[in-house]
Design a protein around this ligand. Structure first.
Ligand code: ADP
Ligand code: ZN
Ligand code: ZN
Length: 732
């Protein structure tokens, strides 16, 4: 008798047994259709078995094994199993949740993924690109590309060159300039990785030494920390390693924190390895694209996979290198469902495959930094910027300056000087909207969200108050809802207000605001980046989006507004995060020929964080923070997990947690169990939130404790409470 153990997308931590007489060993990892209750469900065969503990009359037959795509390989199944065990998340939900959406559906993939190769027709060849109208930017680019690649190019390659290639290709087909042929599927599957490489820059001495160290290391699992100041050319190191990896016939996985960073990097990597198939994996892809890219990774056709955190689950049969860029970034941690850290799983995956992994950052996570100090990771350092001086960082003491809507005279003078010289400035403020709250001058009423413990943010342009947590929005009131007074004041600064103020002070300057509101439209951010590069902007006002990894050569002044707000936060990671964020923002200044200047507005210029920032001395500050963490018994010196609970009533959530804490006591050998407390955002979207922290010096003790505790929690279902375990939580 043959049975299959199937992973199904249900919140139960088990596999489900079915009878499958015709199943063969090769079907492990394949999708399968099975009856589930009265429905048909799709799952993945996790194991084959010769027996089952189910009573014979309860065992049902599989309906069909879908062999439409190749099965998941063993190493992926192991990674999924590990994720399920370590994060205490149901195996079926881990497996199904990490598959491309198309594969989670019941349908057999009948529609083949058809790929086309485009070539210029005789008519198309006779069109000179320079005769096209100036606004036909994409068309001209495509025409130029296809003229220089007479054997034709695939849509993917063209799309790397321009994200808007697809509709333009269609038009060019209609004009008779192009013809296309289907790429034979045998070509698609052929796992040949051509490694032609275009010439990169001559390496700096530091880069050369770093690459030499990496190349000199013996093979196998080696975790490297590449600590390089902003602009030190870390990307070039990655490209060198990728070249080696491809030359050895292996695949490389390059992970970045943000979708926004992928197009630029994709273009760069593609230009360096023009013949290698490069695919991206992130949540911005259409379902079809995601599947197609995933299959290209699985078939081995893609030599390079570039992706955000979900890419860590991509099947890569010949994986030879993992790079995690900006490894400290919290975007690598998923905050719901399977709450995994893609960086940590990358280490697990590299270890299992016995391959090198490079974690790159200017400000490594303290967990990583500590591992480097103890020698668990090997450290590589790039201390100098390529072709540029480090920026000067000054604190502007806001207590001794006259301020205009949150902007100091020193900062305004700096901006004025830049604008005069035709250079760009950036004002960084980590808050979008006009003002963080509306207040009544007469009775003191403030705008609060009725569903969250949060202020409603003033969005003046849209005449709205908006909650940034739950999305609730309402019209801006004309009078105070409490006392009827019409004197309502927006308090504090947001990007829109800074923009308005700057427009008033610098009426001739071209000002561009870049935040989640202004970049919501597809392609908006790409177009803005182009505008900045084309020098059509004098002053940028922006949030986090601007801070990460972008290269703007004309940008020479960065002003930081409102950084103090996270200085005395209750979150023990706040200082680490602030330092990282400010380093990144500061890193935008002076990437070209001129030395950059950074002005940080603060009321606490002598704070150790700002002192270390001014010296650009992350290691010193990291040591300081580590000493504090050690003394206080915080990570990385202990390992944490948190049980999160949400309920309509805070008492219900707290009572659930109290009972959970009580039940935990007997399992808690060498595990500290803390008291339940309301979460820092204690009410969100109408639900009260509370949590309970558990921690231990020993990861394995904590894990075995969690296993027992989790079983207990599953058995004591409390329908009024939604709960979840979060392992290695990044916020409390
Ligand atoms: P990081 O990621 O360390 O902040 P980047 O990799 O973005 O730095 O490199 C900063 C800039 O320096 C980029 O514009 C890059 O093209 C350039 N660059 C890197 N290495 C070299 C080199 N060896 N010679 C010239 N330019 C380089
Ligand atoms: Zn009032
Ligand atoms: Zn809300």
């Amino acid at each position: 008798m043959t049975f299959v153990r199937v992973a199904l997308d249900v919140p139960v931590p088990t596999l489900f047994d079915y009878r499958a007489e015709h199943a063969v060993a090769n079907d492990v990892g394949s999708r399968v259709l099975v009856p589930f209750g009265k429905k048909v469900a799709v799952g993945v065969i996790f194991e084959l078995a010769q027996e089952t503990t189910l009573a014979p009359q309860r065992v049902r037959n599989v309906l069909s094994i879908l062999r439409d795509v190749p099965p998941l390989s063993n190493d992926i199944l192991m990674l999924l199993k590990f994720s399920s065990d370590y994060y205490h998340h149901p195996i079926g939900q881990v497996v199904m949740g990490t598959l491309p959406t198309r594969l989670r559906r019941r349908q057999v993939l009948t529609s083949r993924v058809v790929r086309y190769r485009y070539q210029l027709t005789v008519a198309g060849q006779s069109v000179a690109p320079e005769t096209l109208p100036a606004r036909a930017v994409v068309k001209r680019k495509l025409l130029e590309l296809l003229r220089s690649n007479v054997s034709g190019m695939e849509e993917d390659q063209l799309r790397v060159a321009s994200p808007r290639a697809a509709p333009v290709l269609k038009v060019m087909m209609q004009q008779g300039w192009l013809r296309r042929n289907e790429v034979a599927s045998s070509d698609v599957r052929r796992p040949v990785i051509p490694v032609r490489q275009t010439l990169g820059p001559t390496l700096t001495d530091e880069q050369r030494q770093t690459v030499a160290l990496l190349r000199g290391a013996k093979g196998g699992f080696i975790p490297w920390l590449l600590r390089g100041v902003t602009g030190s050319g870390k990307t070039e190191i990655y490209l060198q390693l990728i070249a080696d990896t491809l030359a050895a016939g292996h695949q490389a996985l390059l992970m970045v924190p943000e979708i926004n960073l992928t197009p630029q990097l994709e273009a760069l990597v593609h230009a360096r390895f023009p013949d290698t198939t490069l695919v991206s994996l992130h949540s911005g892809l259409s379902e079809g694209e995601r599947l197609h890219h995933w299959l290209a990774a699985q078939s081995g056709e893609a030599g390079i996979v570039l992706g955000t955190r979900l890419a860590i689950f991509a099947p890569l049969p010949r994986l030879g290198l993992i790079v995690v860029d900006e490894e400290h970034d919290t975007s690598f941690k998923q905050m719901d469902g399977l709450r995994y850290s893609a960086r940590d799983l990358a280490l697990v995956r590299a270890k299992k495959r016995a391959i090198p992994i490079v974690l790159g950052s200017a400000t490594p996570a303290l967990e990583t930094f500590q591992n480097a100090l103890t020698g668990t990771y090997r450290t590589l350092t790039l201390a100098q910027r390529v072709n540029a001086m480090p920026p000067t960082i000054e604190c502007v003491d806001t207590r001794c300056e006259s301020m205009v809507d949150g902007l100091s005279q020193t900062l305004l003078n700096g901006v004025r000087e830049m604008t005069k010289r035709g250079e760009q400035s950036l004002i960084f403020i980590n808050r979008r909207g006009y003002a963080p709250v509306l207040m009544c001058a007469s009775c003191g009423w403030t705008s609060g969200c009725h569903r969250c413990s949060a202020r409603l943010v003033v969005h003046l342009k849209d005449h709205q108050l908006r909650c940034h947590l739950c999305g609730h929005q309402e019209r801006l009131p004309v009078s105070c809802p409490q006392c009827g007074n019409q004197d309502l004041l927006p308090l504090g600064q947001g990007t829109q207000r800074i923009e308005t103020t700057l427009t008033r002070i610098f009426p001739e300057a071209r000002i561009l605001r870049i935040d989640r509101d202004s970049t919501r439209r597809k392609h908006a951010w790409g177009e803005m980046r182009q505008k900045i590069a084309d020098r059509q902007v004098d002053i940028l006002v922006g949030t986090q989006i601007l801070a990460k990894g972008h290269d703007f050569p004309q940008l020479n002044l960065v002003g930081v507004v409102n950084a103090d707000s996270s200085l005395y936060s209750t979150d023990f990671r706040a200082a680490e995060r602030l330092f990282a964020r400010l380093t990144q923002v500061a890193g935008r200044a002076g990437r070209g020929a001129t030395r950059g200047r950074v002005l940080v507005q603060t009321e606490f210029p002598t704070h150790p964080l700002y002192q270390a920032l001014q010296r650009d001395d992350y290691p010193a500050y990291a040591h300081e923070l580590l000493a504090e963490r050690k003394q206080a018994g915080f990570p990385p010196f202990v390992h944490q997990a948190v049980l999160r609970a949400e309920s309509a009533q805070l008492e219900t959530a707290l009572a659930f947690l109290a009972a959970a804490a009580h039940a935990a006591a007997p399992y808690g050998d060498q595990v500290a169990i803390y008291d339940p407390v309301p979460a820092s955002v204690s009410r969100m979207a109408g639900l009260e939130r509370a949590h309970l922290v558990v921690q231990s010096r020993s990861r394995s003790r904590l894990q075995s404790f969690l296993r027992n505790w989790h079983v207990h929690l599953l058995a004591t279902a409390e329908h009024r409470v939604r709960w979840a375990l979060d392992i290695d939580p990044q916020e409390l």
